[in-house]
Each structure stands twice: as structure tokens, then as C-alpha cells.
Ligand binder design. Structure first.
Ligand code: GDP
Ligand code: MN
Length: 400
């Protein structure tokens, strides 16, 4: 789960991390009120969206008066910001962070993420922080410093010190920098984060070390331990199909393509996405219907996949274990019925290729051959099924 910058900063502050004073604002009036309260010579007006790259896209403004705060707030609120992380459709700004300005002397980069290769947490630092960090990583990888942290002992002070020296902090701020690293690590562990990224971490002209930007990501599996974090969820930032699926207890990730798939088991679902891609298809989603499907749940999955006209074809790839093929077959019938009723049509509007194997497979196939559902074709193998659905979608596109 992602949260906004201003929320990330509140969380970090509770761990004693140094962040600028700031107040969130949802309207222009609130923005001006916030600036008045902060009473700072320079006020920063920052668009709050779940994506980085705002600086370059004009989402971070430096205001020198209340009039300017008003001007920038008016400009940013409701604006669709397109950054290199939002995709071409951009993200609409619904909130601002009004913050006191900082007297930046130098910008650094600091982050913590899980490293799957070493099964450790890696702290990543660079003296080349700011808006060009991706370029630094690509062109000057030696400027990216890594420190691997064993989770059973935590971040050790000598590691933080080593990082601070390698990042070339000047002697006056080394202790402040290491203290910041230790606290950020505490926050990472304490809140079950999957990422803590500070870019930029700045040293000010007054030799303060401040987190000027903050991006926290949380491990969804740990959220049950953090109701305070769950409360920070901003549903307007999340994919509507993924939210809908989550409410229905379906494990769904929107991949943006047009060949949808419905699979049981995460491993098989990933393999299915891969094989669709292998045959030249553009997967619409990852969907694991899980082990306890009902016909109703299957029908909902179909509705989600078809919503907005995204799916131009659906591949149902089921290996029945706990899930039974006859339940899946009934689900497909039910889906056709529900979609027919809701849209006043004669059923599922796109080709559906079904590959069933495993528990109650004969019964499942019988259900679909005895009472054929419009547009539904049976496939004996996973390879053949994937190839078939990709071909059908391509053909439909050609004819469209
Ligand atoms: P991002 O582009 O989405 O990562 O947004 P950031 O919060 O990192 O802001 C982008 C840039 O704006 C930073 O690298 C800073 O150079 C600048 N910036 C952000 N806050 C302040 C501030 O308080 N004062 C000044 N002078 N610049 C700031
Ligand atoms: Mn940033």
C-alpha cells in the first residue's frame, strides 16, 4: 500500500525523523490558511499524488508570498499531473502539502528496500540526490552506495557511519546523518514497510539534516498490524478494478492489456500471464480466484475483467485442486447469465477459451458441452488455449 508524502512525513516524524513543518490542504482557502499558520518567508506548495517526478512536471512550487501560495494552489488543485511515473494518463491532484521552505545546501538520496537476492534489507545512499537519481544510477552506478542489513541484528551504527562517510557528508553533519539513518530504519521495521525513500535528503545552510521528500510503501501482508496506516489509504489513488476485486476477495492486478485471464493459484496465474505474452498477447490482468470459488465469485471476476471494455478475450486456465472444475463451469454459466441481464445482451461479449484440468474435470466439461455458453470454447491444453485466445483477440482487433 502507498500513502501520500505528507502522511509519510507524519509517520516519520513519530519516529523522531527531521521533516519540515507542513500542513495538508484540500482547498485553496486551506492552503492559504496553512501558509499563514506556517508563517515562513518561503512556502513550498507540493502536489500530493501517489507518484514521483512531480518536481520536473511542475508539481512543486516555491511561493514567496501568500498571493503566490494562492496562485499555485489554484493552479495545482484539480490539475492532472503527468510525470514519468504516472503513465500518459497522469494523476489528478486532490491534495496539497503546504510546507515551510528549506535553505538547501546539498541534496542527497537515501532509501531502504527489501533485497530478495540476499534476503536482507538494503540501505541505498548517494551524494547525487534530487531529481536526476535515475540518471545517476544508469550512468554513474559507482555513485550509488549500498549497505546490506541483516534483519536479525538490524542496522548497526558502524554501517550507518560507513554510509555517511561514503556519501561524503561533511564532518559537521555526520552524526545527524547517521542518526537519521537509524531512525528511518526503525520506521521501516516498525511499520512493516517495503520501501522508505527519501529523495532528497538535504543538508541545509544551517547544517540541519532534513527529509525534504518521503515515500513510504507498506507490505500489504503486514497491514493488519497497523490500523493507523490502513486509515491513511487514499482510494482515489488506487486502480478502481483492483479495489473492486479486493472487496470481492479476489487477488487481481490490472496489467493494462486486453487479453484477460482467470486462473487459480498465483504460480499458475503468473505462468499464464507469461504464456499469453509468449504467444504475442497483451495480458489485461493477473487474477488468482483462489481455492474457495463459488459460481457468484467467478461471475464477478468476469464482470471486473470486462468492465470498461478492457478485455477483448478471456482465458480461463484452471487446475482444479481444492477448486472444482464443475464449480468453475457453473460460474461461467452464471457469469453469462448475469452479464446478459445487466447489459440486455445475449451473454459474454468476447471470446472465452477454457482449459480445465484436475478435480471434477469430466463434470466441468460436461456442464459446458451439455449447455453451451455463447462465445465459450474448450481447449485441451494450456499452450493451445493461450495460443487460441491470443489469435482470437488479434482477429477481433483486425475486424474492429
Ligand atoms: P518529486 O519530484 O516528486 O520527487 O518531488 P520532491 O519532493 O523531491 O521535490 C522536487 C524538488 O523540489 C526537490 O529535489 C527540491 O529541489 C525541490 N524542493 C522541494 N521542497 C523544497 C523546499 O522546501 N525548498 C526548496 N528550495 N526546494 C524544494
Ligand atoms: Mn523526490
Amino acid at each position: 500500500m502507498n500513502i501520500h508524502e505528507y502522511q509519510s512525513k507524519q509517520v516519520l516524524k513519530s519516529f523522531g525523523v527531521n521533516v519540515p513543518n507542513g500542513i495538508p490542504a484540500f482547498t485553496v482557502e486551506e492552503a492559504v490558511e496553512a501558509a499563514k499558520k506556517l508563517d515562513s518567508k518561503v512556502t513550498v506548495v507540493k502536489a500530493q499524488i501517489h507518484a514521483g517526478g512531480r518536481g520536473k512536471a511542475g508539481g512543486v512550487k516555491i511561493a514567496k508570498s501568500l498571493d503566490e501560495v494562492k496562485e499555485y494552489a489554484t493552479e495545482l488543485l484539480g490539475k492532472v499531473l503527468v510525470t514519468h511515473q504516472t503513465g500518459p494518463e497522469g494523476k489528478k491532484v486532490g491534495r496539497l502539502l503546504i510546507e515551510e521552505g528549506s535553505n538547501i545546501a546539498k541534496e542527497y538520496y537515501l532509501s531502504f528496500v527489501n533485497d530478495r537476492n540476499t534476503a536482507k534489507i538494503v540501505m541505498i545512499g548517494s551524494e547525487e540526490g534530487g531529481m536526476e537519481i535515475e540518471k545517476v544510477a544508469a550512468e554513474n552506478p559507482e555513485k550509488i552506495i549500498k549497505e546490506y542489513i541483516d534483519i536479525s541484528v538490524g542496522l548497526l551504527p558502524f554501517q550507518a557511519t560507513r554510509m555517511a562517510y561514503k556519501m561524503n557528508f561533511k564532518p559537521e553533519v555526520i552524526r545527524k546523518a547517521t542518526a537519521t539513518m537509524m531512525k528511518l530504519y526503525e520506521a521501516f521495521i516498525g511499520k512493516d514497510c517495503s520501501q522508505v525513500e527519501i529523495n532528497p535528503l538535504v543538508v541545509t545552510a544551517e547544517d540541519d539534516v532534513i527529509c525534504l521528500d518521503a515515500k513510504l510503501n507498506f507490505d500489504d501482508s503486514g497491514l493488519f498490524r497497523h490500523p493507523d496506516i490502513v486509515e491513511l489509504r487514499d482510494k482515489t489513488e488506487e486502480d478502481p478494478k483492483e479495489l473492486w476485486a479486493a472487496e470481492e476477495g479476489l487477488n487481481y492486478v490490472n496489467l493494462g492489456g486486453d487479453v484477460a485471464c482467470m486462473v487459480n493459484g498465483a504460480g499458475l496465474a503468473m505462468a499464464t500471464v507469461d504464456i499469453l505474452k509468449y504467444y504475442g498477447g497483451n495480458p489485461a490482468n493477473f487474477l488468482d480466484v483462489g481455492g474457495s470459488s463459488t459460481p457468484e465469485k467467478i461471475a464477478t471476476a468476469f464482470e471486473i475483467m470486462l468492465d470498461g471494455g478492457q478485455a477483448k478475450g478471456i482465458f480461463v486456465n484452471i487446475f482444479g485442486g481444492i477448486n472444482r472444475c464443475d464449480v468453475i463451469a457453473e460460474g461461467i454459466q452464471k457469469a453469462a447469465q448475469i452479464i446478459a441481464e445487466k447489459t440486455g445482451s445475449d451473454g459474454i461479449p468476447v471470446p472465452v477459451v477454457v482449459r480445465l484440468e484436475g478435480t471434477k474435470v469430466e463434470e466441468g466439461r460436461k456442464i459446458l458441452t451439455d449447455n453451451p455458453v455463447k462465445n465459450v470454447i474448450m481447449a485441451p491444453t494450456m499452450e493451445g488455449g493461450a495460443e487460441k485466445i491470443v489469435a482470437l483477440v488479434k482477429e477481433a482487433e483486425k475486424n474492429a
